[in-house]
Design a protein around this ligand. Structure first.
Ligand code: B12
Length: 461
């Protein structure tokens, strides 16, 4: 009998959460490698909107989805933790109701080891709640924790999570080695590089209509607010031929039609990476949709890439612009200049994208960022002819910006990762208050409405 490993993707505990193709990709990668090493793998995905018991509870046959398979998570309102008591919003547990989760746990074959992943640092209460339940149902079974929270807040996780083992950073090989020790089973397949990793265990997901895909790890740029380097280490890209093979495998075996790139830097080294990938997708006539919710780098979007993206079926385009302020662009890592951004949008439009298909992240709430800078950035993006997607800054331990955030914040950000939550930023920031925040939001809505009606008029004309 093969040793059994149970993988768990915990709930989100937050004021708001939306399933924008959210998948526990890291955990599925680890699952894929364990499977290759002869383990039996099972998964409880607390964020599964397709869970049959959940659908029955909701009296639905299938979840309510937007155009490309995104949708609302089920939410149960719970008391917000003490440090967030001043936020006048309803805190909740997103995902499976507790009783359904318990049924899922009960129905598992007795696991030898349980592995729990973690997402945003401020979602840790969901991770802790899962671990507490596991200890009740499976006392004595080792619990291993990894993922983004466990990496960025390692000491907090060691102190408070209740997990028996915590593995920070990229987890495939480290997890395999630990599981091999715990189960006293020899490793038979040890990958040496990214191209050796078996496919993530997507088959364990109840829904394979949309699949998350990773063509690289890390990012070579190093913006001061971003944790990519801390999480993924050195920037590495996979072999384009292997990526095509993987996409083709899902397309044929799962009839997947929507692929979601989780890369931090999908367009870097274009000649050796994205260009051959896109050319092959077009040649093979994939007829699939591709999405980049995590944002792509505007600097790389020249005429050729824009055209290839359009022709190959890229639908959701998100660009990380963050600010039009030249000083802050330089100070935060030189990712892009306003001129480069302008050219990228122009190229995308020339390739065939309507203005309303181009979404641009504008970051607000960076330490010492004046309100007027955000207004100016929104105005700039709007004038270039693209939709503004406001992104609230979340301070991340270990980043350069974190040190600045610590210095200027009234809150002791270090005392509790719940304070990294971007929803509390108007309370945290000295340079912006709630009224400023609401004025900016209103301005963004007005700009986007104007853009949408302009596009509608053009379509009619
Ligand atoms: C893809 C992505 C998204 C996707 C969805 C991700 C998801 N799963 O739901 C989208 C685009 C929706 C998104 C949105 C946001 N994101 Co995001 N996102 C990412 C990104 C780029 C990749 C995550 C990922 O899947 N990586 C790939 C897998 C393979 O890696 P992994 O999960 O880390 O897993 C590895 C290890 O952690 C470990 N591991 C994982 N699980 C386990 C379990 C065990 C037992 C073990 C041993 C090991 C282990 O091994 C795995 C394989 O090596 C990260 C940056 C990054 N490089 O990690 C940011 C990141 C997580 N996002 C971040 C932020 C800020 C956001 C937003 C708040 C942005 C905004 N301001 O609006 C939103 C909010 C999301 C929400 N409320 O729903 C921050 C985190 C902030 C924080 N405080 O935690 C990050 C770190 C980016 C950054 N700025 O530095 N995001």
């Amino acid at each position: 009998m093969p040793e059994k490993i149970l993988l768990i993707n915990p709930w989100i505990y937050d004021f708001a959460a939306y399933d924008m193709w959210s998948r526990p990709l890291g955990l599925l990668y680890i699952g894929g490698l364990l499977l290759r090493n002869g383990y039996e793998i099972n998964l409880i995905n607390c964020l599964d909107r397709y869970n049959p018991r959940l659908l029955k509870f909701q009296n639905r046959e299938s979840p309510k989805n937007s155009k490309y398979g995104c949708g609302k998570f089920h939410k149960e309102v719970i008391q917000s933790p003490g440090v967030l008591k001043d936020i006048k919003r309803r805190y909740g547990r997103y995902g499976l109701p507790m009783n359904i989760f318990r049924r899922e746990l009960e129905n598992q074959p007795q696991p030898d080891v349980i592995m729990v992943t973690s997402g945003m640092t401020y979602w840790y209460p969901g991770v802790f709640a899962v671990i507490e339940e596991i200890h009740k149902y499976y006392p004595g079974i080792p619990v291993v924790l990894g993922g983004i929270y466990a990496t960025l807040c390692y000491e907090h996780a060691v102190k408070y999570s209740g997990a028996d083992y915590i593995i920070p950073g990229e987890g495939e090989v480290k997890a395999l080695k630990l599981i091999s020790e715990l189960t006293k089973k020899q490793i038979c397949y040890l990958p040496e590089n990214l191209d050796d990793y078996p496919y993530p265990a997507h088959h364990l997901m109840t829904n394979q209509n949309e699949i998350a895909i990773l063509t690289s790890r890390g990012c070579p740029i190093g913006c001061t607010y971003c944790a990519s380097k801390l999480l993924a280490g050195k920037f590495r890209q996979r072999d384009p031929a292997k990526i095509i093979e993987e996409l083709d495998f899902y397309r044929k075996n799962f009839v997947t039609r929507d692929f979601v790139f989780y890369d931090d830097a999908l367009l870097i080294n274009p000649d050796k990476h994205i260009i051959p990938i896109l050319r092959e997708i077009i040649k093979l006539n994939f007829k699939c949709n591709f999405h980049t919710p995590n944002a792509i780098h505007a600097k790389q979007i020249n005429e050729e890439i824009a055209e290839l993206m359009f022709k190959s079926g890229f639908k959701t385009i998100r660009i990380g612009f963050e600010t039009s302020d030249e000083f802050r662009q330089k100070k935060t890592g030189n990712k892009v200049t306003s001129d480069e951004f302008y050219r990228a949008v122009k190229n995308l439009k020339k390739a065939g994208y309507p203005e309303t298909d181009i979404g641009v992240y504008v970051l607000m709430g960076l330490p010492e960022q004046p309100v007027e800078e955000v207004f100016e950035s929104v105005r700039y993006v709007h004038n270039c002819g693209a939709l503004v997607k406001l992104a609230m800054y979340s301070p991340i331990p270990g980043t350069t910006e974190w040190k600045r955030a610590l210095e200027i914040s009234d809150f002791d950000l270090d005392s509790d990762p719940l304070l990294h939550n971007n929803s509390i930023y108007p309370l945290r920031s000295k340079s912006m208050n709630i009224q400023d925040f609401q004025r900016i939001k209103k301005f963004v809505i007005e700009c986007n409405l104007r853009l949408k009606s302009r596009t509608k008029m053009r379509n009619k004309g």
